[in-house]
Design a protein around this ligand. Structure first.
Ligand SMILES: Cc1cc2nc3c(=O)[nH]c(=O)nc-3n(C[C@H](O)[C@H](O)[C@H](O)COP(=O)(O)OP(=O)(O)OC[C@H]3O[C@@H](n4cnc5c(N)ncnc54)[C@H](O)[C@@H]3O)c2cc1C
Length: 593
């Protein structure tokens, strides 16, 4: 065969590296938030997540998207979603690493049962076709059969530890984390029905992944989702029309029958959901299992799956309820605050997820630019590219710092200041980090030139990141809703004082941060109208990020962040840092290897 040309100056992909050990910003954020945190399990998880096997699973799960089977071939309704085995491998990894309900469980991780439903023999044809190594297809508990430490996370600061793991996992594959996040988030809300919580909690916190459709008591582990959004309103859920009529009571409390629909209903193969519906005294929160206690299927009709821009491996559906059985959770008529206890935790995950995607995009960009030559030297040596990469590195590190700080607040929920920070920083982090995500992804993609824009059968990870980015900003409360939620949080009497306390350690570190920190409490107290809510959310985010970087990052990072984001020595695009920036320090710190 005649060769027309030699392929050269094309980088080797970023693979088989440790996502945790090479993420200095994350390492420093963890050291700051929990100095004695044992991170060996995160390191083992980081190794596994960066492996070629897992990257192949991520590609396949996004290429072979979920398929809905509404009926069987005899016309009976089945309402099943079928997933590629790689999706199950990813889910198995996430649950065995404890990224779902584990932080709410016992302090000692349970043994790791194998993931039912994904037997290696069932995968043999696929294995040959796709060229995955057999070990990659085995149900994961990780570390087993690999002779290395398993990435099981031990909960000394359970929420922070889990948050770091969740962020790392996002770098591998974000869409499978949708049911993982909802399963994590459900516990605070579900506790309001003590009987259901007592029955389900052990399965929610189990590290087993069990995708079989059967009664919860027969399963080794369960997942949960949530249904709020209807056609006529998602942000304004008070517009929900789904009706709940009383149907007696039993061991799980007051039982209802639901009739209506949900317009967005992600991960419909979850074992149960919290949903909103109109009860006689108003909008209420209900627990809705897919399989009823008598073993029969509940009436959850999956109408179709959404054809989404990204988030391809995750199924998001439209469903109808037809006399569907559900149990009341919390007080009747108090459904919105009840389900928002779940929403708060998923909002944390949106910030974590976007921080993970930013780090992944940055790592790929750095890896590419270190190898690709243009105009006589590596791109990473070209001064203007150094500005772009350093600016992205700053943004990524600031996002990581804020996300980890927020996660820490959930580990200390009895402390008044941490409570205030959880309330204040949840909408701030969700708003600001997720808003920055799409812009960030576009710029990181551009570092790869044309290759960045190409899908190439799922190999184009930048395209996948770019398609995923807007989602965290939209779901679980879109940008405006987050900014408005900040206003509600600020109505609390002690909000301004709590913010001042949070910023106090950085007092005197930078004149512009001092100026902003001095002005914010007044702005917080005077904030009366909605029109400036986004601006306030942005400024609170920047001030807190700067204060965190002062405490956890080198001076070069802190100074560059303040000079660009606070002083205004910065343009409208990435790559506009001032000439005096310590580019060498910022880039060296961010390198993924
Ligand atoms: C892939 C995907 C999966 C999803 N999965 C689920 C799920 O599992 N369960 C679920 O319940 N939902 C789910 N959602 C729905 C999602 O949470 C909603 O789309 C979101 O909350 C916005 O609601 P909406 O689409 O009705 O838009 P709207 O509520 O109509 O909002 C449209 C725009 O108006 C803005 N807006 C609304 N009110 C105001 C106001 N007062 N002032 C200023 N601006 C305002 C919003 O910020 C938004 O930008 C999913 C969405 C997506 C895209």
């Amino acid at each position: 065969m005649q060769m027309t040309h030699e392929v050269f100056n094309q980088p080797t992909p970023l693979v088989d590296y440790n996502l945790f050990d090479t993420n200095q910003g994350l390492l420093d954020a963890l050291k700051f938030n929990a100095p004695s945190l044992a991170t060996a399990e995160l390191s083992a998880l980081g190794e596994r997540l960066g492996s070629a096997d897992m990257q192949t699973h991520a590609r396949l799960a996004n290429t072979h998207t979920p398929q809905l089977h509404s009926h069987d071939r005899f016309g009976r309704r089945v309402d099943q979603v079928e997933f590629h085995p790689s999706y199950h491998a990813l889910m198995s990894l996430a649950t065995s690493a404890g990224l779902h309900g584990t932080p709410w469980g016992s302090p000692h991780p349970s043994p790791l049962p194998g993931g039912e439903g994904i037997t290696p023999s069932a995968l043999l044809p696929l294995r040959r076709r796709e060229g995955i190594t057999p070990s990659a297809l085995l149900p994961l508990p990780l570390g087993e059969g690999r002779g290395e430490g398993s990435p099981r996370l031990f909960p000394s600061s359970p929420h922070l530890l889990r948050a770091a793991g969740f962020m790392l996992f996002t770098e591998l594959e974000p869409s499978t984390l949708c049911p993982i996040s909802m399963t994590y988030a459900v516990t605070p809300a579900l506790r309001s029905n003590a009987a259901i919580h007592a029955d389900w909690a052990p399965k929610l916190t189990s590290r087993a992944y069990d995708p079989a459709l059967k009664l919860f008591s027969e399963k080794t582990g369960v997942t949960m989702g949530m249904g709020m959004t209807e056609k006529q309103g998602g942000s304004d859920v008070r517009a929900n029309t789904t009706q709940a009529t009383a149907d007696g009571s039993d061991a799980w409390g007051q039982r209802f029958r639901l009739t209506g629909h949900k317009w967005f209903f992600s991960a419909p193969m979850c074992d149960a959901f919290l949903v909103l519906a109109q009860a006689p005294t108003g909008l209420s929160c209900f627990f809705l299992p897919r399989v009823l206690p008598d073993g029969t299927l509940n009436a959850i009709r999956i109408q179709r799956l959404k054809d989404k821009l990204g988030n391809k491996a995750n199924a998001s559906s439209e469903v109808e309820f037809e006399g569907t059985t559900a149990w009341l959770v919390g007080e009747e008529g108090r459904g919105v605050p009840q389900i928002l206890e779940m929403g708060t935790m998923t909002r944390l995950d949106c910030a974590l997820g976007t921080s993970g995607l930013m780090r992944q995009a940055l790592s790929i960009a750095l890896n590419h630019c270190a190898q690709r030559q243009a105009f006589g030297k590596a791109l990473i040596e070209q001064p203007l590219m150094r500005n772009v990469l350093a600016d992205l590195a700053l943004e990524s590190e600031a996002a990581t710092a804020l996300s980890m700080r927020l996660a820490r607040a959930f580990d200390n929920s009895t402390d008044a200041h941490e409570q205030a920070m959880a309330r204040l920083l949840t909408p701030v982090a969700k708003f600001w980090i997720c808003k920055r995500g799409s812009h960030f992804a576009q710029e990181a993609m551009e570092c790869l030139g044309g290759n960045g824009y190409v899908e190439e059968g799922g190999e184009g990870i930048m395209a996948r990141i770019y398609r995923e980015m807007p989602l965290n900003s939209i779901w679980e409360g879109a940008g405006n809703i987050m900014a408005l939620d900040l206003l509600r949080a600020l109505c609390k009497a002690d909000a301004a004082a709590a913010l001042s306390l949070e910023l106090a350690p950085a007092k005197g570190a930078h004149p512009e941060l001092d100026r902003l920190a001095a002005a914010l409490p007044t702005r917080v107290e005077e904030m009366a109208t909605e029109i400036e809510a986004r601006r306030l959310a942005q400024d609170v985010a920047l001030a807190v990020q700067a204060a965190l970087l002062y405490q956890s990052a080198p001076t070069a990072v802190f100074s560059a962040f303040c000079d660009s984001r606070l002083v205004g020595n910065w343009g409208q695009a990435f790559g506009t840092l001032g000439a005096g920036t310590d580019f060498d320090a910022l880039i060296a710190r961010a390198m993924p290897h």
